[in-house]
Design a protein around this ligand. Structure first.
Ligand code: ADP
Ligand code: MG
Ligand code: ZN
Length: 479
């Protein structure tokens, strides 16, 4: 499709489902864990057997409150509803969710670039099980048979619903990225998109630029990376623009993103709220957190990504929007920066640390486990006092990331330590012959000229020379 979208504006609202990192499920004592044998974490409650009753998990409520507080929501008393629909991976045939009175309402999130996205709500609900359709490319209508795993049924989720405030695929990605960092920082979710702990549905509509009203939206499901989220939104916006410019109109529907084909396709026409026959869950009482509990959750929140960025920006002299600062915080490498600051590195050393983390360490995030904070601090000290050049520091860091170890020992092994004695002698002789006048005055007894020569030796060796050895050489040459 080659439609020009310059006169059109894309409008995006996101619904993000985050699985909570609780030990157990939302309404029973089954374990909440990923990647186990199918159907081992099940019981009468999460299998929806007759006569079983749900009991609310207090930790899940606390995690939901943490998320709401971090998103500047009003944390309030709430109730659960039954949302009725038939799905083979949902054993009760209804999902316990929150509807008109969610635990968190009306918050906001600032993107690193500065734009504010309003949050409509962040409510609690239970996850469904997981079906696998065998044969026919994994789609249900072409499958020979389907398998179902209920380990995930009843796992606690918080669904974070944004206002339709985003205007490009890039902004939508930045929003999910920032939201993921916030979720991870609160400790409420691990934010792993690749394991399905973070799932994003995108509502997309288009309108002519300057139009005050929103167009009809489609909801896109099944994007399991930031990359597919971006691609899906771009595809969908172009599809809608093409439809409208061809004289057609957009039908409100739920669409499926096909990653390999690179397009969205109709999944089902959009359900309305009345399709779900919502009614209050009669087996659960309202959730009424006390003011003390709400306050203690707020007080226990760690520093959040936006605050971390401004702290690191201030300590390093870099901008809050600097790509390196954003990356370091997004990848959770900010602990290393704290350690470097605490080691007394100062602004210049902190900036070097941020660059090393955003470049070398970020590229090797999986192996960062080998890199201890003391080793990193020492490496940064060596780079900032000039005992290692940038290129040498990078090589030592590579080794620290791959195998761990001690920077001084690695630098020595790689021959990055002080200069070879012979090289130093050559430099000293060059400096002497380049300044014959000063040299004869020094030899004649003008001792303060020693500093003059030492400075030249330091400069000529880019600070790598052992200055004690250099001064001894200078004296031996004048004798
Ligand atoms: P539903 O309950 O049917 O999913 P909501 O009104 O709760 O509908 O909205 C769901 C999501 O759709 C929200 O994230 C919201 O921002 C987004 N949204 C609503 N209208 C539009 C629109 N015209 N274009 C893009 N997104 C929209
Ligand atoms: Mg919805
Ligand atoms: Zn259970």
């Amino acid at each position: 499709m080659t439609v020009t979208t310059t006169d059109w504006e894309t409008v995006i609202g996101l619904e993000v489902h985050a699985e909570l990192r609780t030990e157990t499920k939302l309404f029973c004592c089954c374990r909440n864990s990923f990647g186990e044998e199918p159907n081992v974490n099940v019981c009468p409650v999460c299998l929806g057997l007759p006569g079983s009753l749900p009991v609310l998990n207090r930790v899940a409520v606390e995690y939901a409150m943490r998320i709401g507080t971090a998103l500047h929501c009003r944390v309030q008393s709430s109730i659960f509803h039954r949302k009725n629909y038939f799905y083979p991976d949902m054993p009760k045939d209804y999902q316990i969710s929150q509807y008109d009175i969610p635990i968190n309402a009306e918050g906001w999130l600032d993107l690193p670039g500065g734009r504010r996205v309003q949050i409509e709500r962040a409510h609690m609900e239970e996850d469904t099980g997981k079906s696998t359709h065998v044969g026919g490319g994994g789609r249900i209508h072409e499958a020979t048979y389907s398998l179902v795993d209920y380990n995930r049924a009843g796992v606690p989720l918080v669904e974070i619903v944004s206002a339709p405030d985003m205007r490009s695929a890039e902004e939508a990605r930045a929003y999910v990225d920032e939201l993921r960092s916030i979720l991870v920082a609160t400790g409420a979710s691990d934010g792993k998109m690749e394991e399905g702990s973070l799932r994003v549905d995108a509502n997309v509509s288009v309108r002519a630029k300057g139009d005050g009203q929103f167009g009809t939206r489609c909801e896109i499901k099944n994007m399991n990376s930031l990359r597919s989220l971006g691609r899906a939104i771009e595809y969908e916006a172009e599809r809608q623009v093409a439809l409208i410019t061809d004289g057609g109109s957009v039908a409100q529907e739920t669409r499926h993103w096909d990653e390999s084909a690179g397009r969205t396709g109709t999944m089902r026409s959009k359900e309305e709220a009345y399709d779900y026959r919502y009614f209050p869950e009669p087996d659960l009482v309202p959730v009424e957190p006390s003011d003390e509990w709400i306050a203690s959750v707020a007080a226990s929140l760690p520093r959040l990504p936006a605050q971390r960025r401004s702290e690191i920006a201030a300590a390093s002299g870099m901008g809050v929007e600097s790509e390196s600062v954003v990356t370091v915080v997004r990848l959770g490498l900010d602990g290393y920066v704290d350690a470097v600051i605490a080691s007394g590195a100062g602004e210049r050393g902190t900036a070097i640390a941020v660059r090393r983390l955003a470049n070398e360490v970020a590229a090797e995030i999986g192996s960062a486990a080998h890199l201890t904070e003391p080793a990193f601090c020492r490496l940064i000290a060596m780079e900032s006092d000039g005992s290692l050049t940038t290129a040498q520091a990078r090589t030592v860091l590579r080794e620290l990331l791959d195998n761990g170890g001690e920077p001084d020992a690695i630098a020595a092994r790689l021959g990055f330590e002080a200069m070879e004695a012979g090289d130093l002698e050559a430099v000293v002789d060059q400096v002497i012959s380049a300044h014959p006048d000063e040299w004869s005055r020094y030899v004649a007894g003008e001792a303060k000229l020693a500093g003059f020569f030492m400075n030249h030796i330091k400069a000529a060796t880019e600070g790598k020379a052992d200055m004690k050895a250099a001064s001894a050489l200078l004296r031996s040459r004048s004798a």
